[in-house]
Design a protein around this ligand. Structure first.
Ligand SMILES: [Zn+2]
Length: 460
């Protein structure tokens, strides 16, 4: 993003220097009309930096003047401009900035309300404003249409009608549901390696979340371990992902030990990931009580190795940056929450079956976390820091049995659900279909869901 922005600004400055104001005026006449449905530009892009205002966008696109005939050709087409929504902007502000007059803007916004709530406009979003071609060969004519992406698939807007007013428009982008298959080798972290393999962020997060019950992302994942993920996505006609779907399968091979999971919906409200034996991956305690995406083999503590459990060191450490949220490893009750000597800011939870967990050196304890309160698994209880006797940001994590610390790595948590009877039969069928699907789709490719025959039923 930063590089692109820098490049854009450089281009922008160059363009302004070369063509000056005349070039910017020519820009208005130069933009061809782009049919809405084909425009997938920046759909999945995050909010832009604050300084990327409409002016910068416009001048960045300015091009040197060329021939008269080209100018005439450009002048014969409608003029379209895109404006970024700034923080606190209303749609009225955006239209005013694009040069739409007040009364017309109000009419268009009223019409738009039929298909979209203008208050749902988000900072960073792009709004497309189209004007008629210029009667003079430069600048632009009357305001014709405003449109924006209501969501990745739905384009909404308001367009001038025959009676001189405005009517709502709504277009569904043409997308197809496809199943993608990615594999890769972990270098410094699962997150980075999956990202460079092209796996969408939301799918990576789902994968890390589902693996966090069984995998200690600090100690279990080694450089060279392999991962596989199969997921659904909605792709436009150009093959660009517009919306991610469900993760159907994920596996990691930890130094030769495979951990694999299949998505299964039992039709009675339980949608979870199960191993090949039909056991839910969910356990009473998470093995990694911080966001596994933040853990990489390249990030270590200064003067403090990443320690395993020992007589001297009664817990295990997760080296993650200051401020990383710490999650309750399991459902439970808060026993202690406060400053605790060499532990620094410290929280201890009590879970069922005599187990406890403790979290030390927090930069701060989360709001609302106090003794006697209930927490649920995955709830944020505090943030990683280096308070107490600590030489660098990390989470010191302990598992207790009664009041004694035990080695967290030795704790084997039972599964929360074990499928049986008809559920197990149905799961086995889903597993078989998923395996067939994976065999049909070569790694790093995807196939249309409706081209997968019987297997397509999986994703419905
Ligand atoms: Zn420690």
């Amino acid at each position: 993003m930063t590089n692109r922005v820098t490049a854009k600004i450089k281009r922008s400055m160059k363009a302004v220097a070369v063509v000056g104001l005349a070039g910017i005026a020519a820009f208005f006449a130069a933009r061809p009309f782009v049919h809405l449905v084909d425009d997938t530009d920046n759909l999945l892009e995050g909010p832009p930096p604050v300084f990327m205002d409409a002016e910068a966008e416009l001048s960045a696109r300015a091009r040197p003047l060329t021939t008269d005939s080209e100018l005439e050709d450009r002048a014969s087409r409608p003029v379209e401009t895109q404006v970024r929504v700034g923080s606190g902007d209303t749609l009225g502000d955006v239209l005013a900035r694009a040069g739409v007059e007040g009364i017309e803007a109000t009419q268009a916004i009223d019409a738009l309300r039929g298909v979209f709530n203008p208050r749902a406009l988000k900072a960073g979003q792009k709004v497309k404003v189209t004007f008629e071609k210029s009667p003079h060969g430069f600048g632009h004519g009357g305001f014709q249409m405003v449109s924006l992406n209501a969501d990745p698939i739905r384009v909404v807007g308001a367009q001038r009608d025959d009676k001189g007013g405005f009517g709502p428009i709504e277009t569904m982008r043409q997308v197809s549901k496809q199943v993608a298959h990615n594999t890769g080798t972990i270098k410094s972290s699962l997150f980075e390696s999956a990202q460079s393999a092209g796996v969408p962020i939301q799918i990576i997060m789902a994968m890390i979340k589902a693996l966090s019950y069984d995998v200690d992302f600090q100690r279990d994942i080694q450089s060279g371990d392999e991962f596989t993920v199969v997921y659904e996505g909605f792709y436009d006609t150009k093959g660009k992902l517009v919306r991610h779907g469900e993760m159907l399968f994920a596996s990691v091979n930890l130094s030769g030990t495979p951990i694999a999971m299949y998505r299964f919906d039992n039709g009675q409200g339980t949608v979870e990931y199960f191993n090949d034996k039909g056991e839910s991956v969910k356990k009473a305690l998470l093995k990694t009580p911080v966001d596994g995406a933040k853990i990489s083999s390249g990030f270590g503590m200064r003067n403090h190795p990443i320690l395993g459990y020992s007589k001297m060191h009664k817990g295990i450490d997760f080296a993650v940056p200051t401020g990383t949220p710490i999650q309750a490893a399991g459902d439970g009750t808060i026993e202690i929450a406060g400053f605790n000597g060499s532990y620094g800011n410290y929280v201890r939870l009590r879970h069922g079956s005599g187990f406890g967990t403790a979290y030390a050196h927090m930069s701060r304890i989360a709001a609302g976390i106090g003794p006697g309160k209930r927490v649920s698994q995955g709830q944020i209880i505090g943030f990683v820091g280096s308070t107490g006797r600590s030489t660098g940001a990390h989470l010191h994590y302990e598992v207790l049995k009664g009041s004694d610390q035990i080695n967290p790595l030795s704790v084997k948590m039972p599964t929360s659900i074990k499928l049986a009877g008809r559920d197990l039969d149905r799961f086995k069928a889903v597993k078989r279909d998923t395996d067939t699907l994976m065999a049909k789709i070569p790694p790093s490719t995807r196939l249309a869901a409706n081209a997968l025959g019987k297997s397509a039923a999986l994703s419905n």
